[in-house]
Design a protein around this ligand. Structure first.
Ligand code: SAM
Length: 244
C-alpha cells in the first residue's frame, strides 16, 4: 500500500515482536498524557520506528481505539459526511478498499441499511455488512460487487490505496487506474441523486477524471478532511447529486 495509507493498522510487513516495542499502543493513559518518543530498537527499521511514534501521538488513533473504530480513517468519512451528507439513512453503500473496516462501521452507524465492503485483504466480520475479499481491478469484480449490492447504490465510496512498488511512474499509474475503476463503477451503479467519494492523490490525472464526471453530477468538489494528515498527498473527490 502507498506510504500515504492512514489506516490505523501497522502494515503487516513492518510488524515486529511485542518485545521490540518501547510503549504498548494499548496503554492509552501513557499515550494520552505524553508525547511518546520511541527508541530505534535493534531489528526495527527507522521507518517502523517513525510509524510507531506517529501512531502513539496521533489523537485520531487514540480516539478510534476509545470509540471502537477499526481505523483512524473512519474519521475522514465522518468529517466528509458531516459536511457533504453522502450517506443517506436506509441507503445502499459500496465501500471499495474497505479494510480494516472503519468506513464500513461509519456507514452503518450513520444509518445505511446495506453496506458492501470490498478489499484485497480479509476483514473481521462486521454485523450488518457484506464483506468481500476481491481484487477490484479484476475484470469480473464490478459485476460481483453489483450482484452483492442487489440494486442501485446511494453512495459509492472509495478509499482504495494501492500497494506501492517504489517505482514512481508504475505507482502513479496504479493509483490512477484504481480511481478510474471506482469512478466507472460509480457511474454504472449509482441511482439518481447518489454520491461518489474517492481518495485521489494530488499530482494524479485529476483533470481527466473531473472531465469524465462533470455533467454527470450536480456538484463536484475536492476536500481534505482535518483527519487526513497534512503531509499526505491524499485528498477526496466528492461528487454529489448523480444525474443518471
Ligand atoms: C487506506 S486503506 C482503507 C481504509 C478503510 N477506508 C478504513 O476505514 O478502514 C486502503 C485499502 O485499499 C485496498 N486495496 C488496494 N488495492 C485494492 C484492489 N485492487 N482491490 C481491493 N482493495 C484494494 C488495500 O488492501 C487497503 O486495505
Amino acid at each position: 500500500m502507498s506510504d500515504d495509507t492512514e489506516s490505523g493498522e501497522e502494515p503487516k510487513r513492518r510488524r515486529k515482536k511485542k518485545a521490540d516495542r518501547e510503549v504498548k499502543p494499548s496503554d492509552a493513559r501513557a499515550s494520552k498524557q505524553f508525547h511518546e518518543k520511541v527508541k530505534t530498537a535493534r531489528g526495527r527499521k527507522l521507518s517502523s520506528t517513525r510509524w510507531l511514534q506517529r501512531q502513539l501521538n496521533d489523537p485520531y488513533v487514540q480516539r478510534a481505539q476509545a470509540e471502537g473504530y477499526r481505523s483512524r480513517a473512519a474519521y475522514k468519512l465522518i468529517e466528509l459526511d458531516d459536511r457533504f451528507h453522502v450517506i443517506p439513512k436506509g441507503g445502499r453503500v459500496v465501500d471499495l478498499g474497505a479494510a480494516p473496516g472503519g468506513w464500513v462501521q461509519v456507514a452503518l452507524k450513520r444509518g445505511a441499511s446495506h453496506v458492501v465492503g470490498v478489499d484485497l485483504l480479509e476483514m473481521d466480520h462486521i454485523a450488518g455488512a457484506e464483506l468481500m475479499v476481491l481484487d477490484f481491478s479484476e475484470p469480473d469484480a464490478p459485476a460481483k460487487v453489483k450482484a452483492a449490492l442487489g440494486g442501485p447504490a446511494d453512495a459509492v465510496l472509495s478509499d482504495l490505496a494501492p500497494w506501492t512498488t517504489g517505482h514512481k511512474s508504475t505507482d502513479h499509474l496504479r493509483i490512477i487506474a484504481l480511481v478510474e475503476l471506482a469512478a466507472a463503477f460509480a457511474l454504472e451503479t449509482l441511482k439518481p441523486g447518489g454520491a461518489f467519494v474517492a481518495k485521489v492523490f494530488q499530482g494524479g490525472t485529476e483533470d481527466e477524471l473531473l472531465n469524465q464526471l462533470k455533467g454527470r453530477f450536480a456538484k463536484i468538489r475536492h476536500a481534505k478532511p482535518p483527519s487526513s494528515r497534512a503531509e499526505s498527498a491524499e485528498t477526496y473527490l466528492v461528487a454529489t447529486g448523480f444525474k443518471g
